[in-house]
Design a protein around this ligand. Structure first.
Ligand SMILES: [Zn+2]
Length: 61
């Protein structure tokens, strides 16, 4: 794993994609990002389960 800022273990929950990556300090981070047009939801989490929970419970406005 020597490619920083590359998402791995990407899963989709409805319109929201969750992916994990390592930041520049080597720490694992988890991003939930909605792919629906005009939504724009995106958030970073230190916890994979928190990111997946946010993705599962996300409702587009
Ligand atoms: Zn959304």
């Amino acid at each position: 794993m020597s490619r920083p800022n590359r998402f791995y273990d990407v899963r989709r929950f409805g319109p929201v994609q969750v992916g994990s990556y390592r930041n520049r300090r080597g720490l694992e981070k988890h991003t939930a990002a909605c792919t629906a047009p005009r939504c724009g939801f995106s958030a970073d989490y230190t916890d994979r389960s928190a990111a997946e929970l946010a993705a599962r419970t996300h409702r587009c406005t």
